[in-house]
Ligand binder design. Sequence first.
Ligand code: HPA
Length: 268
Amino acid sequence: MSKNADLLTAQIKGAAGDAPVRAGLILGSGLGHIADSVDGVAIPYEDLAGFPHAGVSGHNPKLVIGDLEGVRVAVFGGRSHYYENGKPDTMRLPLEVLRNLGADTMIATNAAGSMRPDMPTGSIMCLSDHINFSGLNPLIGETTDARFVPMKDAYDPDLRAGLRAAADATGTDMADGVYAWYSGPSFETPAEIRAIRMLGADAVGMSTVPEVILARFLGLKAAAISTITNMAAGLSDEAISHEHTKAMAPIGAAKLEAILRRFLSELA
Ligand code: HPA
């Protein structure tokens, strides 16, 4: 773990207490408000030296440590993306800190475009796997043998079963599917969408994959849920824009929040 992660961990424990965190939640576009519902201590990213800027509108760039449904969590109200700074490992320091705080689990959320007619705007999808369509990797430059991270079952089967049970228990529809990481920040072309659909992707977005690779590298179990904010390029007449993403995210976000809360209350 880096020296900076150790310093930040001490700073965060000084503010929020020593009790170990169980799980980390990373909130995507239009989901940042969930951070505000945690009963705990909030620290703006700008007070955490070295934390990435996470400057995309619709995010809520603060770390909140506290209780959500009886589980001590670290909620990252916003993430930094590769497209903001050209660094695939832009979320490494926050995830190192999460590990240092005692967590064994990371749950990422994101907004995504859908390639499946049965998964329209407003639905949610639990990631079963991913396709790294960007070809980038956050572990490039890592020198230890730990860089050779196996990615089978990267989306932890037990966590996925727990999220599925939470969806069933709350009567919330949740699809299962494969997420393709496209670097952004421009959206995909219709030809690119046709290509990744043929390759086996169900949804597309600009985040999460590097975080899941880093989480597995750090020994964290990982899971992720997408909120579908639009049909992917060329699949409908719906607008594709960041404004549209932010406007549509709350529909899926309400479902996602219900599932996360139920999942955590079962964990407690
Ligand atoms: N493509 C990539 N990222 C996205 C999309 C999309 O269609 N919708 C929301 N985030």
